[in-house]
Write a protein that binds this ligand. Structure first.
Ligand code: UDP
Length: 330
């Protein structure tokens, strides 16, 4: 297949590009490099620098690249905290960017898109594990824009017969098994990279945000899913659409939750380092427990996570962080 990956220089995008190329597909990457890294783009992918909000940038790619079978769309902002202080940035990039993309795809007769959504569409869940049919009441603007993206695709399909799969990720983590690419955000806000940056000495300590939740040790429970397993789910979703599958939404998680303290303990074991921990108050907007039911993705897409143990997740992330303590900067 020939696949256009939007945001293919970012964390999940770059791992998906690697996986596609490892499986023999042809890949075109489009990224504005605002949060992505050119070093993360697989050398066998063709790269275009451009911004989705500029119609001519995406039109140029689609005019040049014939025979694209499907688009995988990761190009979005994804920081919950930033979305609360700068919501218009999220409306502009995540929704306006997607609107421009859809206009260009319709004009170029491309009718299959797989895109990133998030567990943040659910907000505070009424029950766990969360099913795709559960209510979506986002508690932050990031989740709201992803929910609106899903609705935009819903209506565009009705008018223009463009088919889509929305993938609602839980906590993406880990790194490519080679250690060549991995997670490198700036600023970094996610738990596992922060713990591992503490292990490398780049940070003094990891702060635990809240120890008074109604969970087994008082810290939040999350469903951690390896980035390569997420990547594989995108490829299966493309194949599903190519085989005539109908537009749909799928959760992607392991169905197992770990507390913040359990993740820290596992990181101490994997790295062999003493990681300094400071207990602090709760972070605004954090639900106590988020665990996915991914039964639908397993049943319909044939998805089967391979890297699902916490040990593998942290070991692969550690391979990346210990060899790239400054991320992609030299
Ligand atoms: N967390 C923490 N300290 C940190 C970063 C995160 O205690 O420095 C907690 C956070 O409160 C949440 C969990 O770790 O309960 C996962 O947070 P992350 O930001 O990685 O992902 P989120 O679940 O917010 O998407």
């Amino acid at each position: 297949m020939k696949i256009l990956v939007l945001g293919g220089a970012g964390y999940i995008g770059s791992h998906t590009v690697y996986r596609l190329i490892e499986q023999g597909h042809s890949v075109v990457v489009f990224d504005n490099l605002e949060t992505g890294h050119i070093e993360a783009v697989h050398p066998d992918a063709k790269f275009y620098k451009g911004d989705l909000r500029n119609r001519e940038d995406i039109d140029n790619v689609l005019d040049n690249e014939k025979d694209i079978d499907a688009v995988i769309h990761f190009a979005a902002n994804s920081l919950v905290g930033e979305s609360m202080t700068n919501p218009l940035k999220y409306y502009d990039n995540n929704l306006n960017g997607t609107k421009v993309l859809l206009q260009s795809l319709v004009a170029h007769n491309i009718d299959k898109v797989v895109f990133s959504s998030t567990a943040a569409t659910y907000g505070e869940p009424e029950r766990t594990p969360i099913l795709e049919t559960d209510p979506t009441n986002p508690t932050n603007c990031y989740g709201e824009t992803k929910k609106s993206m899903e609705r935009m695709f819903y209506w565009v399909e009705k008018a223009h017969n463009l088919h889509y799969v929305s993938l609602r990720y839980f906590n993406a983590c880990g790194a490519h098994i080679s250690g060549e690419i991995g997670e490198a955000h700036s600023p970094e806000t996610h738990l596992i990279p922060i713990i591992l940056q503490t292990a490398t000495g780049k940070r003094d300590h990891i702060s635990i945000f809240g120890t008074d939740y109604n969970t087994k040790d008082g810290t939040c429970v999350r469903d951690y899913i390896h980035v390569t397993d997420l990547a594989q789910a995108h490829i299966l979703a493309v194949q599903y659409l190519v085989n005539g599958g109908k537009s749909d939404i799928f959760n992607l998680g392991n169905g197992v939750g770990f507390t913040v303290k359990e993740v820290i303990e596992k990181a101490k074991e994997v790295t062999g380092k003493d990681i300094k921990v400071v207990e602090e108050g709760r972070r605004a907007g954090d639900p106590a427990v988020l665990i996915a039911s991914s039964d639908k993705a397993k049943k319909v897409l044939g998805w089967c996570p391979e890297y699902d143990s916490l040990d593998t997740i942290i070991s692969t992330a550690w391979k990346w962080h210990s060899t790239h303590p400054n991320g992609y900067s030299k």
